[in-house]
Design a binder for this molecule. Structure first.
Ligand code: FAD
Length: 323
């Protein structure tokens, strides 16, 4: 049965995040000939319409209020709620990102909806839409279907292929001016101070080179950064490395850090504690470099190198430079 599907497009630095395109792919799949609407917030919204159309949106609702240039729970909640009330969708998708993880449960609670969060795959089986999501910190997966009512889910970045760009596609556009209840806007962002360096976004990176306590110092991350740069990837870290002060907590991967699903995850000097595995064990290919052959990380690694990371990583970089 055809469905009217709405997605909230995640934006970072005035650009669409890949997960917005991944949500569109899910929306297109389950719409079954129905209408796919994307909504995008902030003053750059109108510049993003074409890209949304090329990746599957039939209709784009831009909400360009300046209050939406930076994420705040209250403003996004009010704007998203008004868009939902206007579209009256049968299904809603957001990215399982800092934005989606915050605004989606708020919406679900206020509108009395269920929410399937952190979906790693969505498929249609015998007419039923089946969502797969991890449980027990990624140790197991559960499949869920919505029996009745509105479908609402957040999609984990990097798990679902975006549709190929189709430049012949166009979308109708509607600019919605949201009226905010100013008394309910309790937060104003005055300044954004980036603690992590610019570069590839860790949660969307195709390659992550991650360091643990084994890197031993802030300088110990330099060879990892060099390898990541060469591979067009991002640097991540274990909490051990963050706690030791070798890097910023913004790099932490794991249960209480970021969840990543790159094509290639290179773990350097990381023991493989369960809390770390929760953030990276779904990576497509895992390479572990550790001098302890008994390290737990080798249990999840596709390729293991027993050795000193300060010898192995520069050697890898040198060899890859020749390719
Ligand atoms: P270690 O366990 O100390 O391992 C260092 C490894 O480096 C060792 O295996 C060693 O053999 C190897 N090594 C040392 N020198 C070299 C060298 N020269 N070359 C190669 N290998 C070398 N952790 C996370 O990562 N993310 C989380 O989100 C997270 N959340 C947590 C939440 C809770 C509630 C709790 C209790 C813990 C959490 N932890 C988390 C911490 C986790 O339990 C581990 O303590 C942490 O992951 C260990 O980090 P590590 O592997 O870098 O350090």
């Amino acid at each position: 049965m055809s469905k009217n599907v709405l997605i909230l497009a995640d934006v970072r630095d005035k650009k669409l995040r890949n997960v917005a395109l991944e949500c569109l792919a899910v929306a297109r799949m389950i719409a079954d000939g129905g209408k796919v609407t994307a909504t995008v917030f902030g003053s750059s919204a109108k510049d993003l319409v074409e890209q949304l159309a090329h990746h599957g949106a039939d209709h784009v609702i831009t909400v360009s209020n300046p209050e939406l240039d930076q994420y705040t729970s209250d403003a996004y909640f009010q704007a998203f709620k008004q868009v939902i009330e206007k579209v009256q969708p049968d299904a809603i998708f957001t990215g399982h990102t800092a934005v989606g993880r915050d605004v989606s449960p708020r919406i679900a609670a206020r509108l009395g909806l269920g929410l399937i969060s952190d979906c790693t795959s969505v498929e249609v089986q015998d007419g039923k839409i089946i969502f797969t999501r991890p449980i027990y910190a990624g140790k197991a997966f559960v499949k869920k279907a919505v029996k009745e009512g509105l479908i609402f889910a957040t999609i984990r970045p990097n798990n679902i292929e975006a549709l190929a760009t189709d430049t012949s596609r166009t979308a109708t556009v509607e600019d919605l001016v949201v009226s905010f209840d100013k008394d309910l806007l309790r937060t104003i962002v005055k300044e954004v101070v980036r603690k992590t360096a610019d570069g590839v976004d860790l949660s969307e990176a195709r390659v992550v080179v991650s360091g643990g306590r084994g890197v031993k110092s802030e300088d110990g991350f330099k060879p990892l950064q060099e390898l990541a740069d060469l591979l067009g990837g991002a640097v991540g870290a274990s909490r051990g490395a963050c706690d030791a002060g070798y890097c910023d907590y913004g790099l932490q991967i794991g249960q209480t850090g970021k969840v990543v699903t790159p094509d290639l995850y290179i773990a350097c000097g990381i023991s493989g504690a369960i809390q770390h595995l929760a953030g990276m064990s779904n990576s497509k290919v895992i390479v572990a470099i550790n001098k302890d052959p008994e390290a737990n990380i080798f249990q999840v690694a596709d390729y293991g190198i027993v050795g000193d990371l300060f010898e192995v990583v520069p050697l890898l970089t040198e060899e890859l430079k020749k390719v």
